[in-house]
Write a protein that binds this ligand. Structure first.
Ligand SMILES: CC(=O)SCCNC(=O)CCNC(=O)[C@H](O)C(C)(C)COP(=O)(O)OP(=O)(O)OC[C@H]1O[C@@H](n2cnc3c(N)ncnc32)[C@H](O)[C@@H]1OP(=O)(O)O
Ligand SMILES: O=C([O-])CC(=O)C(=O)O
Ligand SMILES: [Mg+2]
Length: 290
């Protein structure tokens, strides 16, 4: 089971953060060349990220690079550095249409061919940051077999919608649309960044909501948020005990030739058993909640 609960943004212009972020053990690290980097620092950041990718610091952590849009003066240079550096995933920001993914896919294949990397080995991710992106989420999610996930990017999205971040009501439709597009395409779905580092309660409330909706995880901006997020996604001992009882009861029912059965007054049928197995797999992959 590949866990993608936490995707930690690391500004590509910060040599200090680039050389230490692995310590915090996010599931994925995202070296940013886009909005965390000022115009003056774009070239230096690209070089720093390339050098970081070439170092063996991030073994066991998925390395994502957020490039600038291909229509910007930086996008193609960013892509060269990221693909040649050996990034696992390229994250395209501000994705509005499937055609932008097709354009990225073709550009990545060309760099892969040029640098001798296996064609198809670089994965893609699209960030959806506008009303058009949300409306086109399904075609974006299915635009390329290289796409491993789509992410909702809340800050640009609320700007486009002429509103601001609040209690989550403003993101409700977009979250559901992005999530359904991802699930229909059988790829991962990532929720927005939570900006207030001191509001732990607000962060946890948001995490509970997106976990309940079905997101795989969130983009994060600060290492303090990683442990909280991983812990919230980990099953409890109680969840695991119950899941084991469900699986054992289902195996007994199967041996007895029964379909649906009841366990302590609760119906157990195929999807319930499937869910119990998922809980056990997740516990094996992530450990139990502390
Ligand atoms: C809308 C968007 O596009 S969001 C995506 C773009 N934004 C980003 O990439 C921002 C990433 N995050 C950051 O730069 C920082 O966390 C900030 C600016 C938000 C807050 O910074 P600080 O107030 O210094 O955070 P904090 O006090 O928690 O930092 C503690 C330590 O963690 C480090 N740290 C903080 N954030 C990160 C990070 N994202 N990656 C790696 N290390 C980090 C700090 O450098 C500091 O290290 P030190 O103790 O060795 O000095
Ligand atoms: O991609 C993200 O998660 C962050 C971002 O750019 C936004 O919220 O606009
Ligand atoms: Mg953005």
């Amino acid at each position: 089971m590949t866990l993608r609960r936490s995707m930690l943004f690391v500004p590509g212009s910060s040599a200090a953060m680039l050389s230490t972020a692995f310590i915090f053990k996010p599931d994925s690290v995202m070296f940013d060349l886009e909005d965390a980097v000022s115009l003056r620092e774009k070239d230096a950041a690209r070089l720093l990220v390339y050098r970081t990718l070439k170092m063996p610091l991030y073994d066991g952590i998925e390395r994502v690079v957020r490039i600038n849009p291909l229509s910007s003066p930086f996008g193609h240079d960013d892509l060269q550095a990221a693909v040649r550096g050996g990034a696992d995933v390229i994250r395209l920001p501000k994705t509005n249409t499937a055609d932008e993914v097709h354009e990225l896919e073709a550009a990545v294949a060309e760099v892969e061919r040029d640098c001798g990397r296996e064609v198809g080995s670089t994965r893609l991710m699209a960030a959806i940051e506008s009303a058009s992106g949300v409306v086109n989420a399904t075609s974006i999610a299915t635009a390329s077999p290289r796409i491993v996930g789509i992410a909702l990017a809340g800050f640009d999205y609320v700007m486009d919608m002429q509103t601001t971040r609040g209690d989550g009501t403003e993101l409700f439709y977009a979250r559901c649309a992005v999530l359904h597009a991802a699930r229909a395409a059988e790829i991962d779905a990532f929720d927005v960044v939570f900006p207030d580092l001191n509001d732990e309660e607000g962060f946890m409330k948001e995490v509970e909501l997106i976990k309940r909706l079905g997101f795989n995880g969130k983009s994060l901006i600060n290492p303090r948020q990683i442990e909280l997020l991983h812990n919230a996604y980990a099953p409890t001992q109680e969840d695991v005990d119950y899941a084991r009882r469900v699986v054992a009861a289902a195996e007994q029912a199967e041996a007895d030739g029964l379909g649906v059965i009841s366990l302590n007054g609760k119906m157990v049928d195929a999807p319930v058993v499937e869910n119990a197995k998922r809980v056990l797999n997740r516990a094996a992959a992530s450990g139990l909640r502390k």
